[in-house]
Structures are given as structure tokens and as C-alpha cells.
Write a protein that binds this ligand. Structure first.
Ligand code: AMP
Length: 284
């Protein structure tokens, strides 16, 4: 494993690689979900680059940028099992020098859901990912379906700006009780952690109604809300039933693939989760 702390060092190591490079961008505080992306990248490429960078531009002024969990030593220990791995840990000053003034905005897909509640979030995400793509120059890049809107925004950016990179979506890795793994789960107290699988239960309840033939968008939203509201520690930010392609909120009768998604506050943590319905596979 090679650790590169600067853009120059990463470019030097990148130039030595013969064959395909798979890239896994992360904000660190790694868990099994991240490792699943790294495993996929390792299986499908000759070398893998993992970036660890808590990107300040994707956090709003009242969000958890300073509190976001960081433990580089632990992250490197978790990654040391992988051969042929380059870990890129740039500084904020290198990624955003004083005179930085160029941003990438994916217009429509960034607007609803998380984008509506976190203004500027996807501008920050698209900008840092575009810059990382230019530095790493991978053939493939791996993103979790856990962040479904992020995956859609990145796919759109790659199409619109003709990045020669294949975007691979990886199914959400969950704990045994259904909670989607997330670095932010570390904010939860034991009692809150015990309540947190309510997100997945709400998604599964809506999926069960869908599979029983329910096609009314509002009925599925109501199902999710009812399950969430039965948990006293959960504060619903939003629940959504949206078109999987456009992420536009569905009204009336559903047709085609649908994204069920939600953001829920439990204690200090704002947790998100989603499921896709109406496709051949369940991303569960
Ligand atoms: P983050 O470090 O939270 O920015 O996540 C880095 C990448 O890991 C993103 O593409 C996430 O979607 C993905 N990811 C995070 N949690 C999971 C999970 N539980 N299962 C699969 N991928 C995940």
C-alpha cells in the first residue's frame, strides 16, 4: 500500500500503473460499505486508488464538517489488507487553494431530495469528484447506492462532461438488523443505535405494500411515515417516492422504476437510506 499526501505524489504513482485503475472516493472513517467498494474495484481493475478527503465544500454552514469522524490510522490499517492499493489523502489547501473559483453544477438532478435540504451539497460533491477524477484518471469509479442521488448526479456529470470513466454503483451494505452502514452511525448512542433500523423497516414496509400491488405514491409515503413516527427517537426530515431516473417526486399512480428514500434525525445523526422498486433486482 502506498500513501500519497499530495497531488504531485499521486500523479507520479499513477503514471507507473500499467492497466486499468479503479477509483473509490471516500471521506474516511471507513466501514464494511467502503471496503465492499474497494473489493469490487480490486476485482475489476489492475490497481485501485482510494481517496480519503473530508470535502469542506459539500457541507453547509450548519452541518457537521468539524464534527465529522476522522481516524486516518484506523482507515489505513483497514486498507492494508489490499495489495496494489494507493491511498490518496490530499489536504484541503491542495484541493482548494486560496484562489480556487471553479465549480461543477449538475442542474436538475441536484435540486430535489438531499439537494433541497442541503443547498450547495451536490455542487461541492460534483466539484470535488471532478477534480479527483482529473487527478486520479481512473478507468472506473465506484459509488454506493446508499447515496442514490449522489450516484445519479455523478453519472450525469460524467455523461455531460464526457469523462472517459465508467461509473459503477454498488449495493448498500447493511448491518444484520438492516441499518445501512455509515460513518455517521458513530454519532449514535447505544439507545439511538437500537432505534436506527427503523429507516430500513420503513422502506421494507413500503416495498411490501408495493409488492402487494399498491401503486399510489402517497400511500407508500404514508406507510414509511407511519413506521418512522412510531419510533420516538426518530425525527423525520423527509420521505420520498420519486422516479428512479429523474428523481422527480411521484404523484398519483406509479409506473416504472421508483426510488423510495428518506432522511431521518436520530439524536445527533442525520441518517439517509433508500430502496429502488420496479426493477428486476432489489438493492436491499
Ligand atoms: P462517504 O465516505 O460517506 O462519502 O462514502 C464514500 C462512498 O462509499 C460513497 O460512494 C458512498 O455511497 C459509499 N458508501 C457509504 N456507505 C455505504 C454502504 N453502507 N454501502 C455501500 N456503499 C456505501
Amino acid at each position: 500500500m502506498i500513501v500519497c499526501q499530495t497531488i504531485e505524489a499521486l500523479r507520479l504513482e499513477r503514471a507507473k500503473i500499467v492497466g486499468a485503475v479503479g477509483f473509490v472516493p471516500t471521506m474516511g472513517y471507513l466501514h464494511e460499505g467502503h471496503l465492499e467498494l474497494v473489493r469490487r474495484a480490486a476485482a475489476e481493475n489492475d490497481a485501485v486508488v482510494v481517496s480519503i478527503f473530508v470535502n469542506p465544500t459539500q457541507f453547509g454552514p450548519n452541518e457537521d464538517f468539524s464534527a465529522y469522524p476522522r481516524d486516518l490510522e484506523r482507515d489505513l490499517a483497514m486498507l492494508s489488507a489490499f495489495p496494489e492499493l494507493i491511498v490518496f489523502t490530499p489536504s484541503a489547501e491542495a484541493m482548494y487553494p486560496q484562489d480556487f473559483q471553479t465549480y461543477v453544477q449538475v442542474e436538475r438532478l441536484s435540486q430535489g431530495l438531499e439537494g433541497e435540504r442541503r443547498p450547495g451539497h451536490f455542487r461541492g460533491v460534483a466539484t470535488v469528484v471532478a477534480k479527483l477524477f482529473n487527478i486520479v484518471q481512473p478507468q472506473r469509479a465506484y459509488f454506493g447506492q446508499k447515496d442514490a442521488q449522489q450516484l445519479a448526479v455523478i453519472r450525469q456529470m460524467v455523461r455531460d462532461l464526457a469523462f472517459p470513466i465508467a461509473i459503477v454503483g454498488v449495493p448498500t451494505v447493511r448491518a444484520a438488523d438492516g441499518l445501512a452502514l455509515s460513518s455517521r452511525n458513530s454519532y449514535l448512542t447505544p439507545e439511538e443505535r437500537a432505534a436506527a433500523p427503523v429507516l430500513y423497516r420503513a422502506l421494507c414496509a413500503a416495498r411490501a405494500r408495493y409488492e402487494a400491488g399498491e401503486r399510489d405514491a402517497e400511500a407508500l409515503r404514508a406507510t414509511m411515515r407511519a413506521v418512522l413516527e412510531a419510533e420516538p427517537l426518530a425525527q423525520v426530515d423527509y420521505v420520498s417516492v420519486a422516479e428512479a431516473e429523474t428523481l422527480r417526486e411521484c404523484e398519483g399512480t406509479l409506473s416504472g422504476a421508483v426510488l423510495l428514500s428518506m432522511a431521518v434525525r436520530i439524536g445527533r445523526a442525520r441518517l439517509i437510506d433508500n430502496l429502488t422498486l420496479g426493477t428486476d433486482r432489489h438493492f436491499c
